[in-house]
Design a protein around this ligand. Structure first.
Ligand code: ATP
Length: 519
């Protein structure tokens, strides 16, 4: 079935002027998926096959280097209630994978109506917001680059962050807001405002947790600076080499902590004391990766006292805050934009009792035949279950997308994009592989398996996150839960009680009743 998504041997992920990611795929996707299901070499590890090519004639690009997937603390998620925990290693998605996936998916701003919280210890730091980029008095070439990217006005977080970021004397900042709200653009703009291309040495240093995330930032930097003649960017990432004693004459370094530490302290390719802007992006991902925290501290300690220090994160828990406090110790302005709350308002919730997997499938078929469903997401406990269901539904003529955490990240992004574009109307997924994705046009969510935590307790937070995506923007949504036995009925009752919202019983054979829920 995946052949339908990827008809060619090569999947092109990017075709920007700067970089082209190209991955060689197996000729036979069916074989690949079978191997994957048998637990042979995971597709994720095949991201090793990725190659990045510099497009000649562009400045600031990376030279060809092999991409190696970071082996970081992959999160694991338990399988469904019918599976013992040791069978639950179905899907593993790391925080850096989720971050990259979000970057690949966010082609435009995520709007967030939540209130911005600003905290500042130093009352002299500026605090006003700007409604236009002109008001920031940017260099004309930079302003041109910003407009060329289609940015007409600052995003919500940029409105408040940019005046602080561009103030003189420079202010330190810790900023948290969900992915897609404009953080990268804000700090890239800051680096480009402060970099002086007439001085032939690195003045801005940006740390990202992984190779791929560093390249994403580099891409934005190159694009935004395309009218700034002479401005040079260097990637300090695995595979890039500097000769011992060789001095960098580029203005901005974007890299991962390990390589930057080597370049700064071992090879002395640049003088870290001359860095004017230090950015640490994706702090929450950074701390999930072994060694990155210590390397970041080491670099931070090498900076001069008047260097502007900035830290960005999509989440803001105590471990991120502790890290942030050490990286940015001096009077940072702290900006937080909370995620908009998900709610069960506007969502009709139902449950259907079934005795077996096959019965669940038949009930699902009845639903799809009785009501006209715009787009729907179906959540399964395990990858195996998701594949089984995808096959059955495809057999019934449904255009189905199957999202599995084992697939390489760019394939997952492609599957999600296809679903967003309406090319598939049904997206079947496991809990883990759906993390971090927002598909707003979904009208029906089906819990083929109810969500459970790793220790097999009802997972109310995940339930809300799965279902909460249907009833957005005042639209009505439908949630259908399959219950197969005593334990899952208890899970359902727990969730019902937790949210204080009724989950009504639906008879899978009563087509009239099913038709009514769709009206
Ligand atoms: N002021 C703006 N106007 C229009 N689009 C914008 C603006 N700022 C950023 N964008 C676009 O919105 C998307 C998200 O922005 P950005 O990548 O800066 O967000 P982020 O918070 O850093 O999220 P992520 O960490 O996922 O990259 C990008 O496609 C970016 O080009």
């Amino acid at each position: 079935m995946l052949c339908a998504f990827l008809g060619t041997n090569f999947l092109y992920i990017y075709a920007t002027p700067l970089l082209i990611f190209k991955t060689k795929m197996s000729d036979d996707w069916g074989d690949l998926i079978t191997k994957q299901e048998k637990g042979e070499k995971s597709l994720t590890t095949q991201i090793d096959d990725l190659r990045i090519h510099k497009d000649e004639g562009q400045s600031g690009g990376a030279s060809p280097v092999a991409v190696k997937q970071t082996q970081d603390n992959a999160e694991q998620q338990g399988a469904g209630e019918n599976k013992p925990p040791d069978e639950s290693t179905d899907d593993k998605v790391s925080k850096s994978d989720i971050s990259l996936l979000q970057k690949l998916l966010h082609s435009k701003l995520v709007h967030n109506k939540a209130d911005l919280e600003v905290l500042r210890k130093d009352p002299t730091s500026p605090l006003h917001s700007v409604k236009s980029f002109e008001a920031l008095h940017l260099k004309p070439q930079l302003l041109k680059g910003v407009y060329d990217m289609g940015f007409n006005a600052p995003s919500k977080i940029q409105e408040t962050a940019l005046p602080v970021l561009l103030a003189d004397p420079p202010c330190n900042m810790i900023a948290q807001s969900q992915s897609g709200t404009g953080k990268t653009a804000a700090f890239v703009l800051t680096m480009l405002s402060r970099a002086d291309s007439s001085k032939p040495y690195p003045q801005c240093l940006c740390l990202a947790p992984t190779y791929e995330l560093a390249l994403q930032i580099g891409q934005v930097t190159s694009e935004m600076s395309k009218h700034m003649e002479g401005l040079q960017i260097t990637y300090a990432v695995r595979g890039e080499r500097v000769a011992r004693g060789e001095k960098l004459n580029s203005h901005i370094i974007i890299g991962t902590p390990g390589t930057v530490v080597d370049w700064a302290f071992k090879f002395r390719s640049f003088d870290i004391r001359l860095i004017r802007v230090f950015v640490l992006d994706e702090a929450d991902v950074m701390i999930s990766l072994q060694g990155h925290q210590d390397q970041s501290y080491r670099l931070q300690r090498g900076l001069s006292a008047d260097c502007q220090m900035l830290l960005f994160s999509a989440t803001y828990d105590s471990s991120v805050m502790e890290f942030a406090g050490k990286i940015i110790p001096n009077d940072p302005v702290i900006i937080k934009l909370r995620r908009e709350e998900e709610s069960l308002d506007n969502i009709k919730q139902y449950y259907i009792e079934c005795n077996s997997q096959q019965e669940k499938f038949e009930a699902l078929s009845n639903i799809y035949s009785a009501i006209s469903i715009g787009q729907s997401m179906i959540f399964c406990a395990t990858r195996k279950m998701a594949s089984w269901l995808a096959e059955k539904m495809t057999g019934e003529g449904h255009a189905v997308g199957l999202l599995s955490g084992e697939l390489p990240i760019e394939m997952r992004a492609d599957i999600i994009k296809r679903f967003r574009d309406g090319k598939e109307k049904v997206l079947i997924t496991t809990n883990v592989s759906a993390r971090g994705i927002d598909v707003e046009q979904v009208t029906v969510v089906v819990n083929f398996d109810l969500p459970l935590t790793l220790d097999h307790k009802p997972d109310c937070e995940t339930y809300l996150h799965r279902i909460g995506r249907t009833g957005r923007f005042g639209k009505n949504g439908i949630a259908i839960n399959f219950v197969d036995g005593h334990r899952s009925m208890n899970t359902l009752r727990f969730i019902e009680k937790h949210f204080g919202r009724q989950i009504s019983k639906l008879d899978a054979d009563d087509l009239d009743a099913i038709e009514k829920i769709g009206s």
